[in-house]
Design a protein around this ligand. Structure first.
Ligand code: FDP
Length: 344
């Protein structure tokens, strides 16, 4: 991270990036700007959680089999409603919706696709712990416009994203995003009194190697031998390699990821056998792993499923789950070596 220049607003920054790209039409700028408006509305609601009747569950179960919180539902609705009318999207995909979301016929369609997790870390909403919104943006390849023909345009490796990032609703609200291709990862902090995101973290670089590991160790009995060895490695004393690492686990992916991005470290959600018939990771490839993998790669880090880059996985379904190892490059490469058996 280099300098703090609080005079640059997010909108100015997006416009500057647009000017660098001679093919840019402004469509993408419109898209990001509208997403920012949605996030400001979510941030406002998150900030008054506890005062307004917005805490707790809706009583519904989502496509992931999880309790839908009121704020989850609010965030999902706000993003869909704000984004559907801008004329730049051909469809959307949300963690909360089983199928792709169509653009209503009264609005024009465009070439972009946005996939998002409206409110990540829902189990932390009621206890005032940081939560976030994660997004990845793709450009349609085909000429299809009908929703039932667009799945192939959506099920693409994360490396094909044209932008990705997240909003974190924490001690302050921040947006971190990248458009890839060496443009860098930039962070903006929402100044509530001005209502603007201002550039606070320009060109974020993740340290090559960290001092912290983040994993839910309550899952220890459900892991395999290689995962045990990996986690034990981080806990073993060896001053030459800076071990033991410190443990930090918020249980909100965005919060754990954001800390590690700024300070260095590794976040892990390995495969577990809680469902012995189908051992799997918990996190979603399209709306969680891919966007954060795109960000971390641009910041000099790495994301792996334990066998290879997250960004190269060919998805087969919208709500596919993956094991995730993400953060400082050296730490994630080491995790990959353990999980793929190179250290056996
Ligand atoms: P949550 O279930 O609270 O929405 O994406 C799901 C997620 O949170 C991540 O934000 C978080 O990192 C992880 O699950 C926490 O899962 P565990 O409670 O199993 O550790």
């Amino acid at each position: 991270m280099t300098k703090r220049d609080l005079s640059i607003t997010l909108t100015q920054h997006i416009l500057r990036q647009q000017r660098i790209n001679p093919e840019a039409t402004g469509a993408f700028t419109t898209l990001l700007n509208e997403l920012v408006v949605a996030a400001k509305l979510i941030s406002r609601e998150v900030n008054k959680a506890g005062l307004a009747d917005i805490l707790g569950g809706t009583g519904k179960i989502n496509v992931q089999g999880e309790q839908v919180q009121k704020l989850d539902q609010f965030a999902n609705q706000v993003i869909i409603e704000r984004m559907q009318h801008i004329g730049q999207l051909c469809c959307m995909g949300s963690e909360e919706n089983a199928d792709l979301i169509d653009i209503p016929p009264q609005y024009p369609k465009g070439d972009y696709i946005i996939l998002f997790d409206p409110l990540d870390g829902s189990s932390n909403i009621d206890v005032n712990v940081s939560i976030g919104t994660i997004f990845g943006i793709y450009k349609k390849k085909s000429k299809e416009t009908r929703i039932d023909h667009l799945l192939n345009d959506v099920l693409r490796p994360g490396i094909e994203q044209v932008a990705a990032g997240y909003f974190i609703y924490g001690s302050s609200t921040m947006m971190v995003y990248t458009t890839g291709n060496g443009t860098g990862v930039h962070g903006f902090t929402l100044f509530p009194s001005v209502g603007e995101f201002l550039l606070s973290h320009e060109n974020i670089r993740i340290p090559e190697k960290g001092k912290m590991y983040s994993v839910n160790e309550g899952n220890y009995p459900y892991w395999d031998d290689r995962t045990w060895k990996l986690v034990d490695y981080f806990k073993t004393k060896d001053p030459n390699t800076g071990r033991p690492y410190s443990s930090r686990y918020v249980g909100s992916l965005v919060a754990d990821f954001h800390r590690n991005l700024l300070k260095g470290g590794i976040f892990m959600y390995p495969t577990d056998n809680k469902n012995p018939k189908k051992p799997t990771g918990k996190l979603r490839l399209m709306v969680e792993a891919n966007p954060l993998a795109f960000v971390v790669q641009e910041a000099g880090g790495y994301a792996s499923d334990g066998h290879g880059p997250i960004l190269e996985i060919e998805p087969t379904e919208l709500h596919q789950r993956v094991p995730l190892f993400i953060g400082s490059k050296q730490d994630v490469e080491l995790a990959e070596a353990y999980i793929s058996g190179k250290m056996d």
